[in-house]
Write a protein that binds this ligand. Structure first.
Ligand code: HAM
Length: 484
């Protein structure tokens, strides 16, 4: 039988295509490439520093949790749980999901590990990936990263203020400007039922003007109608009764204290009666941080609030809590468009070049010895061509280049080329660590000295400038008087 030509056999073509398939990351999930990492590293470093400064201990919890944890914690009727959870059954039949947020997991861990017996508040911080099956778009991913802070066991509004203060300090350290703080209080189980009644009656009278989702929310979660982004709903909601006007005494005092604390630390806020946040566990304080891009589109950088019932809802003793989380992907994007300097890792100042097989072997040992003594080194072990290696050393501005050729490999020596002076000398391999360290130290001292001299000159210039300004100022009124 004649063999079919390629392209005429669909089965074969299919097989070939399958073999040549280039895999892509799953929709809504992406790679964070090395060129973006300096911004991520900077962000993580700033967050870590704040955690240390405010005494928060790091906690890590699994990506996979029981679905019921979020159904009860975040709330069955929230978008996150109702529409966006990655849920599945394990081989053993357990209903699990990829964590859509961190707060219920932190509280689960707090209860599971008896942290309630620790000194309160128990302060915990985390960062890592979260998963929400939403429609992906700019700044909204199905796998995204959050950092968060939770303080469990303290009901004083000073903790709410401190959370806001921490977030604000993080934005400032990252040089992110124009972050607006939106603030509201949505009351507690004491005052919310009567407010809900008022709101439902108001909305029922205008039901026709609400979107389909809000008609449903009216029954399941009327508060959520308040922050619906549909234009027709925002118009209805504009005149709706406001939670802050219907707070019980305790919630009112709490909110007033929070505002006083914020005034004291000079944090500017904007009261937003429609801010309710899309998670069921919030009581009293809710807040969100917004930024605007150059096209005027608003995006939430982070949000949080008080959750005084969550520990109870998840089976623990009634314990208050407060916290916030920020979207790291969004922060990194804003950082890239701001003055934020990315984290720059220290770069090697020494380059190790080799020529020939024997030298290659020796260079592995020299590399290890220098590295163990704390000296960072660059190399291109895969390359055999000395010229291209030296080019590489030049490109990375190496201060010292070490060369091991055939001869040096034989008599166990190393050529040390000082790139600043241009001089070079051959020395026994055993002396190389000490010599490299000595020269690097000398260079570092020289750089420091030059930097010091530069600042001193700047300071002198500044004093001179101030002096000359003073003398010109003194001259001006004399002239004026003369004119009179
Ligand atoms: P959240 O408002 O759902 O709150 O999320 C916090 C932040 O995560 C958002 O403001 C946003 O920056 C980011 N974020 C949320 N979804 C996405 C997404 N699909 N893509 C990119 N970024 C996203 C919480 O998660 C609460 N656990 C916060 C909290 C902590 N409340 C008390 N403690």
């Amino acid at each position: 039988m004649p063999r079919k030509k390629a392209g005429n056999n669909p089965e074969q073509d299919k097989g070939r295509k399958k073999k040549n398939k280039r895999f892509q990351s799953v929709r809504g999930m992406r790679d964070i490439l090395p060129k973006e990492q300096p911004y991520w590293q900077k962000l993580r470093k700033v967050v870590e520093k704040i955690a240390i400064d405010y005494n928060y201990n790091r906690i890590d919890f699994p990506i996979l949790e029981e679905s019921e944890l979020f159904e009860r914690g975040t709330g069955k009727n929230t978008d996150i749980v109702d529409k966006e959870m990655y849920k599945f059954k394990t081989k053993g039949g357990a209903n699990v999901c990829l964590r859509p947020e961190g707060t219920p997991s932190v509280v689960r861990s707090y209860l599971q590990h008896g942290m309630a017996s620790q000194r309160k508040p128990v302060k915990l911080s985390y960062n890592g990936p979260m998963y929400r099956y939403d429609r992906p778009q700019e700044g909204r991913y199905r796998e995204f990263f959050q950092f968060g802070f939770e303080a469990i066991g303290e009901q004083d509004a000073i903790l709410d203020a401190q959370m806001i203060q921490m977030a604000t300090r993080i934005f400032k350290s990252l040089k992110i400007k124009n972050v607006a703080l939106h603030l509201n209080s949505i009351g507690c189980e004491e005052c919310r039922p009567s407010y809900n009644k008022l709101l439902i009656s108001y909305l029922n009278n205008r039901k026709k003007s609400l979107c389909m989702d809000c008609k449903r929310r009216l029954k399941s979660n009327p508060l959520r109608v308040l922050d619906c982004k549909e234009e027709k709903c925002t118009q209805v909601v504009g005149q709706a009764p406001q939670t802050v006007d219907h707070l019980c005494g305790d919630c009112k005092t709490h909110f007033t204290s929070l505002l006083e604390y914020l005034d004291e630390i000079q944090i500017v806020y904007s009261l937003r009666p429609q801010l309710v946040r899309g998670l069921d566990y919030y009581t009293k304080t809710v807040f969100e941080f917004f930024t605007e891009d150059d096209k005027g589109a608003q995006s939430a950088l982070g949000g949080g609030g008080r959750y005084d019932n969550l520990v109870g809802i998840l089976g623990g003793p009634e314990t208050p809590g407060v916290g916030f989380a920020c979207g790291m992907d969004r922060l990194v994007k804003v950082m890239q468009n701001s003055d934020t300097e990315p984290y720059l890792p220290p770069t090697p100042k020494v380059y190790l070049a080799q020529l020939g097989d024997a030298a290659k072997k020796k260079s592995l040992r020299v590399f290890e010895e220098l590295n163990k003594s704390g000296v960072m080194i660059a190399e291109s072990f895969g390359r055999g061509n000395l010229r291209s290696q030296l080019k590489q050393a030049n490109k990375m501005n190496a201060e010292i280049v070490l060369i091991i050729g055939q001869r040096e490999a034989l008599d166990d020596s190393v050529i040390l080329k000082d790139m600043n002076s241009g001089g070079q000398e051959t020395m026994p391999a055993e002396k190389i660590v000490k010599e490299v360290r000595r020269r690097l130290k000398k260079n570092a001292e020289m750089i420091k000295k030059i930097a010091r001299q530069k600042t001193q000159k700047k300071e002198r210039d500044l004093v001179k400038k101030k002096k000359s300004k003073k003398t010109t100022k003194r001259k001006t009124p004399v002239k004026k008087n003369r004119k009179k």
